[in-house]
Design a protein around this ligand. Structure first.
Ligand SMILES: Cc1cc2nc3c(=O)[nH]c(=O)nc-3n(C[C@H](O)[C@H](O)[C@H](O)COP(=O)(O)OP(=O)(O)OC[C@H]3O[C@@H](n4cnc5c(N)ncnc54)[C@H](O)[C@@H]3O)c2cc1C
Length: 457
C-alpha cells in the first residue's frame, strides 16, 4: 500500500533540516529519509569535524611557536585519542541538536533507510512506497575514488574514513592539492606527520589566481610539507610496509613514499542509486541533477538542493538552495541561484576568504579592471599577532566602481572577506567602504586603505 504525504525529503544534508522546519510550519505532512548519518557530509565528515581538528592542530602549532611570543612551551606532544574525542564530541552535539530539531516537528516523520524513486514522485524505502505532490532531493556527494592503477590493492583513506584515525600517521601522502587536501595536509603536519601532497596539475588550487596559489604553496612549504605537482601518471603500490605513489613527474624523484594515503581528488554525487530514470529526472554525464534557477528538476514537483545539483559544493550553497526553494514556494519571493555571488574559504592557517571573481575571470569579463593589493606585513593587527603571511587583494570595475572580487589570504581572511561580499551584493561603489569608520586595530580597517591604492590590472 502506498503511503501518501504532502512532501518527501530525501537525504538529511545541509538544506533538509531547515526545509523540513518550513514544511512543518506550513502544516504539510512530510516524510524525511536518511540512509546513514543525520547532517550528512558537513556535520559528520566535512566542515564540522575538519574545523574542529584544525583547531587542535592550530593550538599545537601556536604552542610550538611559544618562543615567538616570549615563552618556553617545552615539548608539545599530541594526544591523538584526545584530539579525536574532542572532534567526536563536537560532531555529536550537532547530530543530537539535529535529531532534537527534526524530532520536534509535528508534521515531519523521520525514516532511516535508502530511498529510491520507483516512479515520478513515488519513493521506495525499507519495503514501503511513499507518494507525495512534492519531492525534495538533498542527497549530497561522497569522496570520489579515482580509477588509479593499484587503487584496489592498497589501503587508503578518504575524508570519511580518516575521521576514525586516532594516531599520527608517520608519513601521510595526500593525493589532491585542492581545498580538502590542503586542509588535511596542514592539519596532519601540525599533528606531527611527515606530509607529501601529490597533485596531477602544474599548480595547487587550479581555480585560484597564480599569486594566491603560489603564496599558499609557500605557506604550506614553510611548515615542511612536501609538494609534488605535475604528477600526471599516478599509481599506487605497496613497497614493504610503505605505500608508494608513483608520479612520473617532470622533475624530482618519480615516487612519493609514505605510510598512509589520503585520496582527496573531488566528489561524486550520490545519484547513481536514486532511480532518477524511473522518476524522469535528468542528470548530466557526471551524475549531477540538472536544475533551473529555482532548483526545479526536469520532473514536475521535484526539486534538487545542495551538492547533487552541481551548482555549489559548500554547506552555504546548499543552505542557500533551501532559502531559494522556500522563498519561491511559500513567500512569493522570486529568489534565484544566479543571483548569488560565489564565496568560500580555504581553512588553512592563515585562511583564504574568497568572494566573486578571480583576476582571470575579471579579465575574461572584458571589463576595465582595477586591482588593489596589500601584504599582511603591512597590516598592524597581523604584525601585533605575529601572523604576517599572505596578502589581501581586491578587484574593482573601473567604470561602475563596483567591487568584482576579493581574495583575503591572511589573518581572519575568512571573516574579513564578508565586508567586501556584502558590499558587492548591495552593488554599492567601493568608495562607500572608504567613507565608513572602521575599528582599530583590525585587519578590515586596512581594506579602505587598499582601495585607495588601486591600479589598472
Ligand atoms: C573534508 C571536507 C571539508 C569540508 N569543509 C567545508 C567547509 O568548511 N565549508 C563548507 O561550506 N563546505 C565544506 N565542505 C563541503 C560540504 O560538506 C558539502 O558541500 C555539504 O555537506 C553538502 O551538503 P548537501 O546538503 O549537498 O548534502 P550532504 O551533507 O552530503 O548530505 C547528504 C545526505 O543524504 C544522504 N543520502 C544520500 N543518498 C541517499 C538516499 N538514496 N536515501 C537517503 N539518504 C541519502 C546521505 O547519507 C547524507 O546524509 C567540506 C567537505 C569535505 C569533504
Amino acid at each position: 500500500m502506498t503511503e501518501r504525504y504532502d512532501a518527501i525529503v530525501i537525504g538529511v544534508g545541509q538544506a533538509a533540516p531547515a526545509l523540513c522546519a518550513r514544511l512543518d510550519k506550513e502544516g504539510l505532512k512530510t516524510a524525511v529519509i536518511e540512509r546513514k548519518l543525520l547532517g550528512g557530509t558537513c556535520v559528520n565528515t566535512g566542515c564540522i569535524p575538519t574545523k574542529t581538528l584544525i583547531a587542535s592542530a592550530h593550538a599545537a602549532h601556536l604552542a610550538r611557536r611559544g618562543g615567538d611570543y616570549g615563552f618556553d612551551p617545552g615539548r608539545v606532544r599530541m594526544d591523538m585519542k584526545a584530539v579525536k574525542r574532542r572532534k567526536d564530541h563536537v560532531v555529536r552535539q550537532s547530530v543530537d541538536a539535529l535529531k532534537k530539531w527534526l524530532g520536534g516537528m509535528k508534521n515531519v516523520t523521520l525514516m532511516h533507510g535508502q530511498a529510491k524513486f520507483t516512479a515520478p514522485r513515488r519513493v521506495a524505502v525499507n519495503g514501503h512506497e511513499l507518494e507525495a505532490e512534492r519531492v525534495f532531493i538533498n542527497v549530497g556527494a561522497r569522496a570520489a575514488v579515482p580509477d588509479l592503477p593499484g587503487v584496489k590493492e592498497v589501503p587508503f583513506y578518504t575524508n570519511s574514513s580518516i575521521m576514525k584515525v586516532d594516531f599520527t600517521p608517520p608519513h601521510l601522502v595526500i593525493v589532491g592539492g585542492s581545498y580538502i587536501g590542503l586542509e588535511f595536509a596542514q592539519m596532519y603536519r601540525r599533528f606531527g606527520s611527515e606530509v607529501t601532497i601529490v597533485e596531477r596539475l602544474p599548480k595547487l588550487l587550479p581555480r585560484e589566481d597564480d599569486d594566491v596559489a603560489a603564496e599558499i604553496g609557500a605557506i604550506i612549504k614553510r611548515e615542511g610539507i612536501h609538494i609534488r605537482t605535475d604528477a600526471e601518471c599516478m599509481a599506487l603500490k605497496r613497497k614493504g610496509k610503505q605505500i608508494a605513489v608513483t608520479l612520473e613527474c617532470k622533475h624530482g624523484k618519480p615516487i612519493a613514499q609514505g605510510t598512509h594515503v589520503l585520496l582527496a581528488v573531488g566528489r561524486t554525487p550520490n545519484t547513481g542509486d536514486l532511480g532518477l530514470r524511473e522518476a524522469g529526472i535528468q542528470a548530466d554525464e557526471r551524475g549531477y541533477i540538472k536544475v533551473d534557477d529555482e532548483c526545479c528538476t526536469s520532473a514536475a514537483g521535484v526539486w534538487a538542493l545542495g551538492e547533487c545539483n552541481g551548482k555549489g559544493a559548500f554547506t552555504h550553497t546548499s543552505y542557500n538552495d533551501y532559502e531559494i526553494v522556500a522563498a519561491n514556494l511559500f513567500d512569493g519571493d522570486k529568489r534565484r541561484i544566479s543571483d548569488r555571488i560565489q564565496t568560500y574559504a580555504l581553512f588553512i592557517d592563515p585562511p583564504l576568504g574568497r568572494a566573486g571573481m578571480s583576476e582571470a575571470e575579471a579579465k575574461k569579463s572584458g571589463r576595465r579592471v582595477l586591482v588593489g593589493k596589500r601584504p599582511m606585513t603591512r597590516v598592524g593587527r597581523a604584525r601585533e599577532a605575529g601572523e604576517t603571511q599572505g596578502f589581501m587583494k581586491v578587484l574593482v570595475d573601473a567604470e561602475s566602481s563596483e567591487l568584482l572580487g576579493a581574495a583575503i589570504l591572511g589573518l581572519s581572511g575568512d571573516e574579513v572577506v564578508h565586508s567586501l561580499l556584502d558590499m558587492m551584493y548591495a552593488k554599492r561603489p567601493y568608495t562607500t567602504i572608504q567613507r565608513a569608520m572602521h575599528i582599530h586595530p583590525t585587519v578590515t580597517e586596512l581594506v579602505p586603505t587598499m582601495l585607495g591604492e588601486l591600479k589598472p590590472l
